[in-house]
Design a protein around this ligand. Structure first.
Ligand SMILES: Cc1cc2nc3c(=O)[nH]c(=O)nc-3n(C[C@H](O)[C@H](O)[C@H](O)COP(=O)(O)OP(=O)(O)OC[C@H]3O[C@@H](n4cnc5c(N)ncnc54)[C@H](O)[C@@H]3O)c2cc1C
Length: 409
């Protein structure tokens, strides 16, 4: 069958249901990726990670004689045209959970007629259809969600495709000017490097063994898994990571630490389902909250936060790390988000947008969901305010982290 595979945040060969389908049913396939049209505004590290991801995917496809087309046009403009020009019989894509991405899908699908549509559900660890409730009934508390799914529904195994046996269609090459780019130490975009990171974290260094104790660390690369950038753009899948954890538990050691990575992956799933349930609301200042929240639109305070010039060295160090590398630890993210929204009382939307620009692991559901949560406009009703000096004492008692990232005059 002649097909068009619209590649999105599923930039991988392993555990890819669309690729599996194409191996069984595809004859000639047009593989196309649309570069988000705001990529020029991204931080240099985020852009670099993305560029490397696409290059690596391209390279991996080329080993099977396949070519990846990359376009700067909009999917809704080009896909219907390509389908008619190339007499495509089937359109394949991975379904997204976030509001704009789901809207983009609708804009494409609404224009199509007489084409087989195959939307795959493969961004999460749990399969949406296996959930014991409809998305609209997703529990508002993470713990209630966890209790309904953990050990109650299966986690589907990843799919493996050995031989990519179809042909691909080449479109005229579009020139892409990436602008300036900069790499982040230890992070290389692409499936090959994502798989290597899983191999290193679990099998080569056994760092997973101590995850529970080290996960709040801010200095050492192996303090936490660092899987998020590859998970965010789909160059590795959460189901694959889960399967590797299971293998590790069976052959080496099962512990609170191995369980806790699974627990964090459940958070990731939760925010995907949360984004689908609440749609555009999660991007609004009041979030999903029923109470009215007011934030100040103070540019001056926002700039001080963004540029690491607040009264708190611990906040400043984290903001500097983000600005210089496109990365920040989970502990840091919680602190700076909480500080912006609750202590500085600045419109947290600006903070979430800054994260979106900069983070190499930017994921709309995880970013905006966590910001909702930390700004107090999500499902967490407790009005928790972190105290940065206490957090610094607890998580950076020797000042190693702050000394590393505070700009010296
Ligand atoms: C304000 C704020 C914004 C955030 N923005 C993003 C974002 O844009 N993209 C993103 O992937 N994560 C985001 N997170 C979640 C979390 O900080 C990162 O996933 C984590 O720090 C990534 O590091 P790691 O891979 O070493 O995680 P680990 O601690 O090793 O956890 C393993 C995996 O679990 C998932 N995970 C862990 N914590 C969370 C969480 N709180 N929410 C959702 N998934 C989680 C990630 O996929 C992660 O790779 C945000 C958190 C906060 C507080």
């Amino acid at each position: 069958m002649k097909a068009l595979y619209w590649i999105r945040n599923d930039l991988r060969l392993l555990d890819n249901l669309a690729i599996e389908w194409l191996c069984k049913n595809g004859s000639e396939v047009l593989l196309i990726y649309f570069l988000p049209n705001d990529f020029k505004k991204w931080g240099v590290e985020r852009r670099n990670f993305h560029r490397e991801t696409l290059e690596n995917f391209k390279e991996n496809l080329s080993r099977f004689g396949l070519s990846l087309n990359i376009s700067l046009k909009k999917p809704a403009e080009l896909i219907p045209q390509l389908i008619s020009e190339h007499q495509v019989e089937a359109l394949l894509f991975t379904k997204d959970f976030a509001f704009n991405e789901a809207l983009e899908e609708k804009l494409v699908l609404d224009q199509l007629n007489g084409v087989k549509i195959l939307g795959f559900d493969q961004m999460t660890m749990l399969h949406q259809e296996d959930l014991p409730f409809a998305i609209q009934d997703l529990p508002n508390l993470f713990t209630d969600f966890k209790n309904k799914v953990e050990n109650k529904i299966p986690i589907r195994p990843p799919v493996e495709t050995q031989e990519l046996n179809f042909k691909s269609i080449n479109l005229p090459h579009e020139m892409i000017d990436w602008g300036s780019v900069k790499s982040t130490p230890n992070f290389h975009g692409g499936e090959t490097f994502g798989l290597q990171r899983v191999q290193d974290y679990l099998w080569n260094t056994d760092s997973i063994k101590t995850y529970f104790e080290t996960r709040n660390g801010m200095i050492s690369f192996n303090d936490s898994s660092k899987f998020s950038p590859w998970l965010a753009n789909g160059s590795i899948s959460a189901r694959f990571v889960f399967q590797e954890i299971q293998k590790y538990e069976e052959t080496r050691e099962k512990s609170k630490s191995t369980y806790w990575i699974f627990y964090e992956l459940l958070w990731r799933d939760y925010f995907k389902f949360y984004a689908k349930k609440f749609g555009a609301k999660i991007f609004m200042p009041n979030g999903i909250s029923k109470k009215e929240h007011t934030f100040e639109n103070s540019q001056e305070n926002f700039l001080a936060w963004k540029e690491g010039r607040t009264a708190e060295p611990f906040i400043n160090a984290n903001m500097n790390e983000l600005a210089k590398t496109g990365w920040m630890s989970n502990r840091g993210r919680q602190n700076v988000a909480n500080y912006l929204a609750k202590t500085m009382k600045v419109n947290w939307i600006w903070g979430a947008e800054w994260f979106e620009t900069m983070l190499i692991d930017y994921d709309p559901c995880s970013n905006w969901g966590n910001w909702n949560y930390n700004a107090g406009v999500g499902t967490d009703q407790r009005d928790r305010i972190f105290h940065p000096p206490n957090q610094a004492l607890r998580y950076d008692p020797e000042n190693f982290y702050q000394n590393k990232w505070l700009i010296k005059e």
